[in-house]
Design a protein around this ligand. Sequence first.
Ligand code: SAH
Length: 215
Amino acid sequence: MENYNELIRLSLEWNEKINITAITDKDEFLKKNILDSLAIVGEPAIENAKRIMDLGTGGGYPGLPLAIHYKDKEFVLVDSVNKKLNVINDICKKLDISNVLTVHGRAEDLAKEKDFRDSFDLVVSRAVAAMPTLAEYALPFVKPGGFFAAYKTSAAAEEIASSNKAIEKLGARLSKIFSAGTGDDEHLIVLVEKLVETPKNFPRKAGEAKKNPII
Ligand code: SAH
């Protein structure tokens, strides 16, 4: 495995200035942020991907550990809060990470842009929104034939079940759910396969997916 010590050190250092994570202990950080982020490694959905988006990346999770692991893949890390992206940019500079591009904006707005819409092989996202809302944020970015991977806790079963309608309306289908257990609190990765281009009326205007999810 790559050496993630420097990433942990820099993230914890930044965390004292701006809130990236509730975790302050190094070993816990390794387990909950690094290993959890890497739980998708080995899956064909990422192994076969070239261009990957991390939507609502915050301080760079799961995007940064994945970009360090997959140096030959291109990562676009998106967040609506610019100061978090400044942290990522600083870390990338210090660690010589050259396959990461940070993009500031809201999912609902960026999804209208030609370079982003229907154009990623994989979108990953952790701790951003409940599944029906998240599907509307993420799926418009995925290329038909590509995948969306939502990092969820095992408590999310109900939320996942309630996202069937959204997934279908957005041109996708549930592919599989697998356990990403990294210790005591089990995590799940929900893998959704995009089948056809997302209809033009999605995502709806900013805020709508959260206020009034497709259920
Ligand atoms: N994925 C990171 C951060 C989770 S916090 C982690 O697991 O540690 C959720 C992040 O999603 C926040 O940084 C927030 O700014 C971002 N976010 C929430 N809604 C968003 C939207 N509509 N578009 C872009 N980013 C969004």
